[in-house]
Design a protein around this ligand. Sequence first.
Ligand code: UDP
Ligand code: MG
Length: 308
Amino acid sequence: MTKKVSIVIPVYNEAQNIDFFAKEILAVSQNLNYTFEFIFIDDGSQDDTLEKIQNLSVQHPQILYLQLSRNFGHQNALKAGYDTATGDCIISMDGDMQHPPALIALMLQKWESGFDIVTTQRTYPKNAGFVKKSSSDIFYKLLNSLSDTRIEKGSSDFRLIDKSVAKTLSNLTENGIFMRGLINWLGFKSTTIAFNANERHAGVSKYPLKKMLKFAIEGITAFSIKPLYMAVYLGFTFSTLAILYIPIVIYEHYHGQDVAGWATVVVAIVFFGGLQLIILGIIGIYIGKLFIQSKQRPNYIVRSSNIK
Ligand code: UDP
Ligand code: MG
């Protein structure tokens, strides 16, 4: 019996890309000796992404979809796909052609040779936006210095996982998913292949700077409590400095120069005020995560689907 491969594609307002993507992916799959299912997760699109998928699914019964009840974000949409897929292995990819379908053959080869997880490492096209490239570099440097789970720079959500990995993943109920980190945390036998990210086929990135920043903070705080320790160390450092300052204050007092120090006082107040706000913020983020998790809400809600 031929093995079954699930392709999971989270899409958000990608109406201009669906037809092209489907054509390419169907062409690639026809040359491979596997049965395929394609699961599009419509992550609350406001354009006709869903209609496009529905039209395709009429001609191609292997094209399936889940429509989420609203925009839950790429990572949650991905989780929805992993939870739903029934293949012997699952490949996740973006629907904007930035993840080349041609790489699928190589991923499957690696899987057949015994790897449970095949991740990909992206190198950006030369003309990729400077902001995007450097922000991604800074993000991975910061993430790795703050987190206990190593995540290679240029990691992407274009990956293959075995069905056993997907099953383990489905049993995790954490909110605030950061799939790249979570997959690394799971362990299993994995390998990485490099690929050149294409330009988007059409449309614009759904990750503006603000969303990217949120994604970065999510990535760090979902995997590490090191920032909390950092707060404590910072506190210690400054307390020590303050104690060392006491003799100077006493000296100045007895030499009648204590009024002259007001500038130092103002600077210190402003500086420590800022520091306290940052540290409170860090603690707040973690408490917020506890709050969200304590409600035990699902990561996504399905509104409709053509999966029986
Ligand atoms: N996406 C999604 N939900 C979102 C944002 C993005 O499902 O809230 C999808 C999007 O349609 C695409 C993939 O996730 O298929 C990657 O997003 P995008 O291409 O905008 O990110 P970039 O490649 O610019 O990092
Ligand atoms: Mg993209």
